[in-house]
Design a protein around this ligand. Structure first.
Ligand code: PLP
Length: 464
């Protein structure tokens, strides 16, 4: 075991120490990639293989990828993958404890509950008695939130159920609505103000109109940091509207929610504590490996009411007050002990380390925004509220033709930036305009790489 473990650990350490010099995209030659894909599609052999040979193959396969773990990854919403989280996972996978039902491993279920409570009460600011569960990601958290809201407000009469999402809501919210059996036509897209925030007055009007038409409004979903630009919806006003209209208020904080650990985040994300439910994604803004999301709710009883079905094969187990049966709060029964990969880093590094790291990301985004704002060829219409810097090529006129030309120039700009091999950024459409975005989240991205990114972008932007 030591020998095999050592082989794997040595590779992992080589991988991590090599990250600063790894290319931002390791996919070079399409033919070589196709060959590798073919090789990896091969079925398992009848007879035993050799670990070192298999690890060689894995290294080649892992190298042929976007470098999502490295310091130059600023595309989409980055996720780094803390080494100490991996150690927690290693331990969790070895003891293989079952925490879906608390009675099978009470203290380890309590460990996971301590993480959930910390997220619900310390990070989001929900009251005592609040809770929730760790999920595989933000999508599953949004799904269970929509199911809980549907069950609480509509029961089984879901036909007329209607929900309200912002123009810039994440697609997983729309997927959640579909999976929850709601009609696509009843997912109302509320327009945004010019600052890209959900227009609360427009939402109120839509709710009124829907009620008059016999539909049943039951849920408002606000964004605590949109994926496009990191913009925060007016959460206190949305909470007030939801309360006045007796709707469930869900906040999608998959990207932004954890910034509440910082002072600036707490101010900018005020109102999140008024939600009925909040999605968080520790695999983004807590730097943990993929597969770690969270749904926290004001009243875990409503989550259980929506998900718990029973089953006579579970009859020997007693419910415990302090530590819930996570299996009854979400869609999954058997799953890994997810809590340890959050708990170990928190206890090893302390909460302050996470607060400082997130503060650093806010500083870095501000710094990138300041420098890029001075670049003549670019325009940055939105000052970052979190750690996403959105920019586009300045159009040489107000007319649509000039904008189209600028959008084309933006596409070429993205290619030139990513051709550097040192950083990777991504693009989106905002108000129909091609927009580039640099999102600083990885724990491995520091001032040196952000300064390098800004230099690469500035140089590329001067060549049109
Ligand atoms: C990433 C993201 C999601 C989806 O979360 P996954 O962990 O990718 O399933 C939902 N909402 C927002 C705002 C996100 O950024």
């Amino acid at each position: 075991m030591v020998e095999m473990g050592g082989q794997v650990l040595n590779r992992v350490i080589d991988f991590i120490t090599g990250l600063p010099d790894s290319p931002a995209i390791g996919i070079a030659d399409p033919e070589a990639t196709t060959a590798l894909v073919r090789e990896m599609l091969a079925p398992p052999p009848e007879h035993p293989g050799e670990l070192a040979t298999l690890l060689d193959r894995l290294d080649r396969a892992a190298g042929c990828a976007y470098e999502t773990a490295g310091p130059g990854y600023f595309a989409y919403i980055p996720g780094g993958g803390l080494y100490t989280s991996l150690l927690g996972d290693l331990y969790a996978r070895a003891v293989n404890r079952y925490v879906g039902l608390a009675a099978l491993a009470p203290p380890l279920a309590a460990l996971e509950q301590s993480v959930v409570r910390w997220l619900a009460q310390q990070v989001v600011g929900l009251p005592e008695g609040s809770g929730g569960l760790l999920t595989s990601g933000g999508s599953m958290a949004n799904f269970s939130a929509v199911v809980a809201a549907r069950h609480a407000h509509l029961g089984e009469e879901i036909e007329a159920g209607t929900l309200y999402v912002g123009e810039h809501a994440h697609q997983s919210v729309l997927k959640a609505a579909r999976l929850a059996g709601l009609r696509a036509a009843h997912v109302r897209t509320v327009p945004s103000t010019p600052e890209l925030r959900m227009d609360v007055a427009a939402a109120a009007e839509m709710i009124e109109a829907d009620r008059r038409a016999g539909r049943r409004p039951f849920l408002i979903v606000g964004s605590a940091g949109t994926t496009n630009t990191g913009t925060i919806d007016p959460l206190p006003e949305l909470a007030a509207l939801a309360a006045a209209e007796q709707l469930w208020f869900h906040v999608d904080g998959a990207y932004g929610g954890l910034f509440r650990l910082t002072e600036r985040g707490r101010q900018r994300l005020a109102g999140m504590e008024l939600a009925d439910s909040v999605t968080l994604d520790p695999h983004k803004t807590m730097f943990l490996p993929y597969g770690t999301g969270a749904l926290v709710v004001r009243d875990p009883g409503r989550l259980a009411a929506a998900h718990q079905v029973g089953g006579h094969y579970l009859q020997d187990l007693n419910p415990d007050d302090e530590v819930p049966d996570f299996a009854h709060l979400g869609a999954e029964l058997s799953r890994e002990l997810r809590g340890l990969r959050v708990w170990l880093p928190l206890h090893l590094h302390g909460v302050a380390a996470f607060r400082d790291a997130l503060d650093e990301k806010l500083d870095l985004a501000e710094r990138a925004w300041r420098v890029l704002s001075a670049v003549e060829a670019l325009e940055l219409p939105w000052q970052p509220e979190l750690s996403t810097v959105a920019f586009r090529v300045r159009a040489r006129g107000e007319d649509p033709a000039a904008q189209r030309e600028a959008d084309e120039a933006g596409r070429r700009l993205l290619e030139r930036i990513n051709a550097s091999g040192r950083i990777l950024i991504s693009s989106t459409l905002v108000d129909g305009r091609y927009t580039l975005r640099l999102c600083v989240v990885s724990h491995r991205s520091h001032a040196d790489r952000v300064d390098e990114a800004v230099k690469i972008i500035t140089t590329a932007a001067t060549q049109r």
